[in-house]
Ligand binder design. Structure first.
Ligand code: ASP
Length: 317
C-alpha cells in the first residue's frame, strides 16, 4: 500500500500519544506531550528503514492549544508539503482539540498532498497503547499515492477533516465521521478507499498566516451554549469584553433560547458576527425560519468558530 519513495515528515505537537504515566495501567492523570516526535517513531519498529523525518513543533496537552502553535504548525506543514521529495506530512496531536486543528489546517492549507493527523487515547506507557498502531497507519496513509487533503487516522479509520468529531471522552474508539462516514479504512495493512480523496479550497485568510506567525492577534470569537433557563448575560458580557464573533451552540436543530437570541441580535446590531450551530454531537443545522440567527449549516460550533475567525481576519485586511 504505502509508497516508500517519498519522504514522510512527522510533526509532533504533544498529546496523549506522547504522554507518559507512572504505571502501565494508568489511563488518566498522566503527563500529555512528554515525548518528542523522535521518541514516538522509535516505538514503531515497523517504520524502521522508511524515509521519515521527525520534528517537534510543541509538546503540549492539546486542550491548551494556542494561536502561536497553530500558526507555527500550519507554516511548518506548508513548508514541508511544498518540498518535492515529501510525499506527505503526519501530525501527532492530542485528541481533545484534534478536530479543531484538523479543520484549521484544512481551511488554511487545503493541501494537494496528504496531511494526516493522528493521536491516541492511551498514553505511550500504557499496557496496550493505541498510539504506535495509529502512527504506523497514519504514515501509510501519508505515503499512499493519490491521497490528499487533511485527514485524521485513528483506530483504523480515515476521516476527512471537515467530518471529524470527538464523541467520547475516554474510550479508545473516541471519534466519529458524522453523517459523512469514513473516507477509508485500514484493514490488515491495506487501505480500502470508500470515497474519493478531496482537498477543498483554502480560505482567503491563508494569506494572513505570516502575520499570525509574527504575532498578529487572532480575532476574538467565542462559543455560547443555549440551554434551559438561559439568559442573555453571557452574550452581553462577551460583547463587552471585545468579542467580534459569536457562535451560538443551539439545542437540537439549532434552536436558540429567546433570551439568548435577543441578546445575539443586539450584538449583531453592534457589528458582531453571529452564527447558529447545534450542540448535538451529530448533524448540523437544517433549514430554519427567516428570522432565525444565521445558520452554520453542517459546521460544528468549534468549526463555525474557526470560520468566523478566518472571515474576520480577511475583513480586518
Ligand atoms: N488531553 C489530551 C490532549 O488532548 C488528551 C488526548 O490526547 O487524548 O492532549
Amino acid at each position: 500500500m504505502p509508497s516508500t519513495e517519498g519522504v514522510i515528515v512527522i510533526l509532533g505537537t504533544g498529546g496523549t500519544i506522547a504522554g507518559t504515566a507512572a504505571s502501565a495501567t494508568q489511563h488518566t492523570g498522566y503527563t500529555a506531550g512528554a515525548l518528542g516526535a523522535e521518541a514516538l517513531l522509535a516505538a514503531v519498529p515497523a517504520l524502521q528503514g522508511r524515509p521519515l523525518e521527525a520534528e517537534s513543533i510543541a509538546q503540549i496537552d492539546s486542550s491548551n492549544m494556542d494561536g502561536a502553535t497553530w500558526a507555527r504548525l500550519a507554516t511548518r506543514c506548508a513548508t514541508h508539503l511544498a518540498r518535492p521529495e515529501v510525499a506527505g506530512v503526519v501530525v501527532t496531536h492530542g485528541t481533545d482539540t484534534l478536530e479543531e486543528t484538523a479543520y484549521w489546517l484544512h481551511r488554511v492549507l487545503a493541501p494537494q498532498k496528504p496531511l494526516v493527523l493522528t493521536a491516541a487515547m492511551r498514553p505511550a506507557t500504557a499496557l496496550s497503547p493505541d498510539g504506535p498502531q495509529n502512527l504506523f497507519d497514519a504514515v501509510n496513509v501519508a505515503g499512499t499515492p493519490g491521497a490528499r487533503g487533511v485527514l485524521a487516522v485513528l483506530g483504523g479509520v480515515v476521516v476527512g477533516a471537515a467530518d471529524l468529531r470527538k464523541v467520547h471522552g475516554y474510550r479508545v474508539d473516541a471519534f466519529s465521521a458524522g453523517d459523512a462516514g469514513p473516507m477509508a479504512l485500514l484493514e490488515d495493512g491495506r487501505l480500502r478507499l470508500l470515497r474519493p480523496w478531496a482537498e477543498g479550497t483554502p480560505h482567503a485568510a491563508a494569506a494572513h498566516l505570516p502575520g499570525l506567525l509574527a504575532g498578529q492577534p487572532w480575532p476574538l470569537v467565542d462559543v455560547v451554549t443555549s440551554h434551559a433557563l438561559a439568559d442573555g448575560r453571557v452574550v452581553e458580557a462577551l460583547v463587552a469584553a471585545g468579542s467580534r464573533g459569536l457562535v451560538v451552540a443551539g439545542t437540537g436543530n439549532g434552536s436558540v433560547h429567546a433570551a439568548v437570541k435577543a441578546a445575539a441580535e443586539r450584538a449583531m446590531a453592534q457589528g458582531v458576527r453571529v452564527l447558529r450551530a447545534s450542540r448535538c454531537q451529530l448533524g448540523g443545522v437544517v433549514g430554519g425560519a427567516p428570522d432565525d440567527l444565521p445558520s452554520a449549516g453542517t459546521l460544528t460550533p468549534v468549526q463555525a468558530r474557526i470560520e468566523l475567525m478566518l472571515d474576520l481576519l480577511v475583513e480586518a485586511g
